[in-house]
Write a protein that binds this ligand. Structure first.
Ligand code: SF4
Length: 359
């Protein structure tokens, strides 16, 4: 459990992100946490590199609706401060905390009912003596990461502590797949998964979806973070999209749009229309699928699979509700017409619910 959020077993796979602000800048940090919350994040991690950051934690916790994790390196005192401040979990790299100090942190977490993430990173694993720097080293290092993680799990359990999860992070998707697969075969400890230092939006999306998507499709992984050099909201958005595409989570708004081609009849192309629909649907809380097509070729069929569909055509496009054609509307009024129909449908669903509650 991280705060109120269960992680592991049959529980929903959660999506994490990390703030990129100076944590002692409380207003800026909360802005990122709130934006991530609005995007659907389940849990947020903040860096705690110094005392000023640790002192900011109580106020940040007070204003966060999601559980928070403190990211600590080296300074065991900051881990204790974070736990005392009320942080729901601390993430530690056991490679840089002394054994007796680690036990102190574990005891405090146990006493306060908090969680710990054992964060094993490829970059902070010491190669075994005599290991040659060659292709075999890559494999041996990956095995060493897993062995180190298993040793720490056993140590935590021998200290009577069970509320922990593990991450095995590398910037290489294939190493990520190898280490997490091997760890999952050896234990049932919950796994936090991510490809670290994965790059900017495009590079990270590809690497993370290859690495994490492969593992998730095999039933491995309990919580994920898409590491992007960029906005935390993108990390949340891509994480949720990845889980939705594997049917591990349901997106409340699913916009299905065609890739466009020479038949596209939307002014400026169907991409303009799809982006306008995305913009109009931002913040929508209900469950809905909308299809956006550039021409009539696949339009009615695709619209039939969705709750609503709009299809571009010369001068005036088509608006569908399921398979039913509702009307033809000038292309520049299609999005407004769609939103009006969605509002009518929402009001109808609400009324049905009220009637059902009275029955
Ligand atoms: S729906 Fe029409 S415009 Fe879109 S890709 Fe298919 S044929 Fe092309």
């Amino acid at each position: 459990m991280v705060g109120h959020l269960p992680i592991g077993g049959d529980h929903l796979i959660s999506v994490q992100t990390m703030t990129k602000t100076k944590t002692d800048d409380v207003a800026a940090t909360l802005r990122q946490i709130h934006a991530a919350q609005d995007a659907g994040v389940d849990v947020v991690r903040v860096a705690v590199p110094d005392k000023a950051a640790a002192q900011a934690l109580p106020e940040i916790l007070r204003q966060s609706r999601v559980p928070l994790i403190a990211d600590i390196h080296y300074a065991h005192g900051l881990a204790l401060d974070a736990l005392d401040a009320g942080m729901h979990c601390v993430r530690l790299n056991p490679g840089n905390v002394k054994l007796d100090l680690m036990q102190k942190i574990v005891d405090r977490a146990h006493q306060l009912g908090r969680a710990i993430r054992i964060g094993i990173n490829a970059g902070s694993i010491e190669p075994r003596k005599g290991l040659q720097v060659n292709k075999d080293m890559e494999l041996e290092m990956a095995d060493l990461m897993v062995d180190t993680a298993v040793e720490w799990c056993e140590r935590f359990e021998s200290w009577g502590f069970r509320n922990f999860k593990v991450s095995l992070k590398s910037s290489d998707p294939l190493t990520t797949i190898y280490t997490n697969r091997r760890f999952a075969r050896l234990t049932d400890v919950p796994l936090h998964m991510g490809v670290t230092e994965a790059g900017t939006l495009e590079a990270s999306t590809v690497k993370s979806c290859v690495g994490l998507g492969t593992l998730l499709s095999e039933g491995i992984g309990d919580t994920i973070r898409i590491s992007i050099t960029g906005n935390p909201v993108d990390e949340v958005r891509i994480g949720l999209d990845l889980l939705a595409s594997l049917r591990l989570r349901k997106k409340n708004v699913d916009i299905v749009s065609c890739p466009s081609c020479g038949r596209d009849e939307v002014d400026g192309g169907v991409e303009v229309l799809a982006r306008a629909v995305e913009e109009a649907m931002k913040g929508y809380k209900g469950n809905i699928t909308v299809s956006v097509l550039g021409c009539i070729v696949n339009g009615p069929g695709e619209a039939g699979q969705a709750d609503f569909g709009i299809v571009g055509a010369k001068d005036a496009g088509y608006l569908y509700k399921g398979e039913k054609l509702l009307c033809r509307v000038p292309n520049d009024k299609l999005v407004a017409a769609l939103m009006k129909e969605i509002a009518i449908e929402e009001a109808r669903r609400k009324a049905d619910k009220s009637v059902a509650a009275l029955a």
